[in-house]
Ligand binder design. Structure first.
Ligand code: FAD
Length: 315
């Protein structure tokens, strides 16, 4: 995150160009499972591309389960669009040689930016156990990737502390280690209260971490799923959020409007505190993310560069 307070201007009154000047976004997708979900992913990519994101990233399934699909998606974005694709890569289920080979393959394909992660244990396993010949954690993975090539590297950060961490300081020490090992920026786990993020930034800066920390924004499409997932990843779900989605389980139209409003308010709160970069967990849907970006002042860029894809999918 770049922290930039518009000097002397109340955010609520600031002209739009002051608030949006220099704003950057990135979009996260997951690799599609079948032809139908591939088509909806590409529709989402097409709808979001004109916002000229800094990059679009593609996740790596838990336990390395989507390795081939992640590669295929990243390479398709690289080959068929003018967007900058970024590959997520985890340490799970593979030895160092195997992971280094994947990284070399990405470099050869022109992929220069990786989100380097430890990953979670495969389903059914309690607690993370590194592969016997593998990288033990994200910090080690970064060292390995940097030996392969001079990748730009982003890493994960946790405003509400990673569930495996012994505490706030240990989590910050780990983030610092990842940045010291060569990561250029951190992207946060999602959170809902802007204050949670802003307090985390204060703690990180006090710990001497000055790299950009970009807030990860999750527009809520299914509240029950968010509650379940948040229990696992340690994100808190405030009571006001539950109240917002109360009674909307069978009302998808209203739910969508509420979801856009909630996430837009969250982002506006951050924007008014000087945050001008956002990473959106799109869940392969363009509608909410596009609406939120619009409210933040972003407009499709005329003549957004796009390669002429044979299927005409790219803006
Ligand atoms: P690490 O930074 O290695 O740390 C994990 C925990 O271990 C922390 O608590 C840390 O403090 C502790 N730790 C690490 N090293 C040490 C040490 N030497 N001593 C003591 N404690 C240590 N998961 C996927 O499977 N695929 C994805 O594509 C994916 N993308 C993500 C994108 C973002 C932006 C975020 C925020 C998360 C993503 N995740 C993804 C989830 C991530 O893999 C999990 O949160 C995982 O449990 C931790 O990964 P990490 O890279 O943060 O781990």
């Amino acid at each position: 995150m770049t922290f930039r307070r518009p000097a002397g201007v109340s955010p609520a009154q600031a002209p739009v160009d002051v608030l949006t000047h220099g704003m950057q976004v990135s979009f996260e997708f997951f690799p599609p499972k079948n032809a139908d979900s591939e088509a909806s992913l590409w529709r989402a990519v097409q709808r979001l591309a004109p916002l000229a994101p800094r990059f679009v990233s593609v996740t790596y399934g838990a336990g390395g389960s989507t390795r081939e699909r992640t590669h295929a998606t990243v390479k398709r974005i690289r080959n068929e669009t003018a967007l900058t694709p970024v590959a997520h890569l985890t340490c799970v289920g593979a030895g160092r040689d195997e992971i280094d080979a994947v990284a070399r393959d990405y470099w050869a394909a022109g992929i220069r930016h990786i989100v380097a992660l430890r990953g979670d244990p495969p389903d059914g396993e309690s607690g993370y156990r590194p592969h016997p010949d593998g990288y033990a954690n994200a910090a080690e993975l970064i060292e390995g990737l940097k030996r392969v090539a001079d990748f730009e590297i982003s890493v994960a950060a946790y405003p509400e502390i990673h569930p495996d961490s012994s505490g706030s300081q240990a989590d910050l020490d780990n983030l610092k280690r990842k940045l010291d090992n060569g990561a250029a920026r951190a992207i946060t786990q999602y959170f809902f209260d802007p204050e949670v993020f802003l307090r985390f930034i204060d703690r990180a800066r006090a710990a001497g971490i000055w790299a950009p920390i970009v807030p990860g924004i999750l527009p809520v499409t299914n509240f029950a799923t968010v509650v379940r997932f948040s229990r696992m990843c340690g994100a808190s779900v405030p009571a006001w959020l539950a109240h917002m989605f109360e009674g909307l389980d069978d009302d998808p139209e209203t739910r969508k409007l509420v979801a856009a409003t909630v996430a837009a308010e969250q982002c506006r709160g951050l924007q008014s505190a000087g945050v001008n970069e956002f990473h959106f967990y799109t869940l392969n849907r363009a509608d909410l993310t596009r609406a939120i970006c619009h409210i933040l002042g972003m407009r499709p860029q005329a003549g957004t560069p796009g390669k002429a894809a044979p299927d005409g999918l790219v803006a």
